[in-house]
Design a protein around this ligand. Structure first.
Ligand SMILES: Nc1nc2c(c(=O)[nH]1)N[C@H]1C(S)=C(S)[C@@H](COP(=O)(O)O)O[C@H]1N2
Ligand SMILES: [Mo]
Length: 331
């Protein structure tokens, strides 16, 4: 067995590694052993981190202060779910997954480097009216509302937060899907200068299929629940939550809810997606929340609420069966 002279990431004591991270780090180490270049990769990664750290905020409140307020009416269909507690804003704002900025729970600091103004969203593909929107235009013209949704990450943690957004189907309606359009493909920004993990030679940036992509069937994308999120807790999104525009599909595992979207295309075939491409047997295209289908490496029967720290039983479709069960064969 080869001797590895740097500590694998998952052994760094100050970091709270979660299962996705353990997987990635192990894989990274194995890949690096194969090509014999781990020292160089590890060192450049460390130097990049040190450089970025100089401009990072030191307190999560700094990333929330001064965010523009959004006066969106509450959607009465989505009040606080029974038996759950609203996750405190600060807790949600410092417990993120956003792999472009790293694999640990310091995303809120790293994501401050993302430039979100101006921001364009291209809507194209098999549509009658392709259009590139300025996000401010969408904020002004789309029917914004506030909805409290449960969010369930595939890593078995969850939160309950008030999003501000508009139904994705309103945008799809404006675009006018052509008859051959069967899927929606969404793409996150590609900016290695701002997002360190997208750089070749970063911790795992050279082997992952950046930019992050996700997809839905057209029926899923036009379901009432599918929300384009532009705000949280009554103001625009802080960068760590996927500013300035991200998807929220609460009946699916969190990785489907792609952040900081730059392109939305209507396509004929099931699109390749980031996680499915990397680990097809662990992260399926559909990935509906289901307590009875374990992840290959852990059970999905329960989740940890990051606000209350309670262990909560996981619900089929994350509790949204009334809205989405009809899309799928009986579970
Ligand atoms: N572009 C992009 N979108 C992403 C991710 C990511 O790494 N990159 N992580 C996903 C995962 S795994 C989860 S759980 C949610 C987390 O959203 P939050 O940080 O706003 O809670 O974002 C999803 N969207
Ligand atoms: Mo996740």
């Amino acid at each position: 067995m080869a001797h590895i002279h740097i500590k694998p990431n998952w052994q760094l004591p100050e970091r709270a590694a979660t299962p996705e991270h353990v997987y990635l780090n192990r894989r990274q180490i194995l890949a690096a052993m194969g090509i014999g270049a781990i020292g160089a990769t590890g060192l450049s990664g460390l130097l990049a981190r040190t450089a970025a750290a100089a401009t990072e905020p030191t307190d999560v409140q700094q990333t929330l202060q001064g965010l523009r307020k959004l006066n969106a009416p509450r959607d009465p269909q989505f009040p606080l779910p029974k038996g759950r507690t609203l996750t405190p804003e600060k807790v949600a704002a410092e417990y993120n997954n956003f792999y472009e900025f790293g694999t640990y729970k310091d995303i809120w600091a790293k994501a401050a480097a993302l430039t979100t103004e101006p921001w364009s969203l291209e809507v194209s593909g098999l549509v009658d009216h392709p259009h590139t929107y300025d996000v401010d235009e969408l904020l002004r013209t789309m029917p914004l509302q506030e909805r409290i949704y449960r969010h369930r990450c595939v890593e078995a943690w969850s939160m309950v937060v008030p999003w501000v957004g508009f139904p994705l189907r309103e945008l799809i309606k404006k675009a006018g899907p052509k008859s051959g359009a069967k899927f929606v493909r969404m793409t996150t920004f590609m900016r290695p200068s701002e997002a360190p993990e997208q750089k070749p030679g970063g911790w795992f940036g050279s082997r992952e299929p950046w930019p992050y992509t996700e997809g839905l069937t057209l029926a899923e994308a036009t379901n009432e629940l599918a929300l384009m999120g532009v705000g949280i807790y009554g103001h625009v999104l802080p960068n760590q939550h996927g500013a300035p525009i991200r998807l929220i599909v609460p009946w699916k595992y969190g990785f489907k809810s792609i952040k900081s979207i730059v392109k939305l295309e209507l396509v004929a075939d099931e699109p390749a997606t980031f996680w499915h491409t990397m680990v097809p047997n662990e992260y399926g295209f559909q990935s509906n929340v289901n307590p009875k289908i374990p992840h290959p490496r852990w059970s999905q029967a329960f989740e940890k609420d990051i606000g209350t720290r309670e262990r909560v039983p996981t619900l089929l479709y994350n509790g949204y069966g009334d809205y989405v069960a009809g899309l799928y064969p009986p579970a």
